[in-house]
Design a protein around this ligand. Sequence first.
Ligand SMILES: [Zn+2]
Length: 443
Amino acid sequence: MKVDVAIINGTIVTMDSNYTIVPKGFVLIRDKKIYSIGPMEEFPTNDYSEIIDVDNHLIMPGFINTHTHLPMVLLRGLGENLALHDWLTLIWKYEAKLTTEDFYLGTIIAGLESIRSGVTCVHDMYLDEFPIGKACEDLGLRAVLSYGMIDLFADNQIEKRESELNITKQLLKKWPAENDLITITIGPHAPFTNSPEILLESTKLARKYNVPIHIHIAETKKEKKDFEAKHGKTSVQYLEDLGFFEGVNVIAAHCVWVTDNDLAIFKKRNVKVAHNPASNMKIGSGIAPIPKMLEAGIPVGLGTDGAASNDNLSMLNDLRLVPYIQKGMHLDPTLISSKEVVSMATIDGARVLGMEDRIGSLEPNKLADMIVFDLNDVNITPSSNPYSLIVYSLKEYNLKHVLINGKFVYKDKKFIDPKKVKRDISSFKKLVDNLNKRVKRNG
Ligand SMILES: [Zn+2]
């Protein structure tokens, strides 16, 4: 038996279906996958290429960020104190000036920030996913990418619709579903930015390529009011009547302004939710009814959203906001357990992306996407309940190792990405300065 890496002596939070915790155990990695897991008493003596001793460390599946817009790190801090629709108008002005280099380097910066907060898989929606995918490959970061299609507001809507769908088709060809690092979802941006035609074409593509759809739904009160005024129904009911949810896997981001009837539609159509607590708070969009979703058995994953509405990509920040917000708002400390939150950030996130057979928990034969936190620090002592520790106490600086596809991308608190990507902050600042100049020139 040839095993690449043995990680030993750690507390393993597996997130398997029994929520098994191994107090002092080992994880063996062979090729890209987990070969076996067990208590140290059963550690097999062997000829290992590398043994990493992680005594008093916590080993867990990497976090899955189910909704983000990576290159928006370039717009971090813009649009302070603006509501979503005014915020979007400002952001779109900047996005119109982004270059291929911006998308690539923006994603490098965002990817590094993600990895350093324990993220091993991102679900992105943005404008030019080709350089974004290239950057994720160079970082060794698992990514599920969707081109954010918008066909309304164009002078020639039919032409725009065709070109939007074509870009998505090109992405599906470049990164087919079998790819072991990058895959594609179909991304109509939102019901209020797309025609019924492109929404239905999206479902056809999703069925043809057997991939999920990624869309923003019911993010704001304005969307709900506008749909009720124009169509006499919520955006969820509008999509249901259109046939949008039929026979496809839909990943719906935000879902703040959903009614009980909307949630019944989600349940019936197996719609999955990407919950973005920090972004929903910062843009003042509102509080998503997460306890109701969980009670209904709707899969809920966690997302940071873009760094321009958060303003960071730390999943740990979003993890703890989930219970803080719900417990505080409902005056009920029994709502949302730490275990449920860790599930959202790991195995349920994998379920949301339809990848639960490959990632999201530490089990033999799954891809070895895992993170290791060093517990030798003041902020995490004592550490009796691992779930509570993960949600409420851990900080990014406690993160020691990150592995994706069985390879270290962050080891001993240092990045070791496969391509040695450019990451100096001065060239990143120059990029942002140039973007600002281009936007100002055009008023
Ligand atoms: Zn978003």
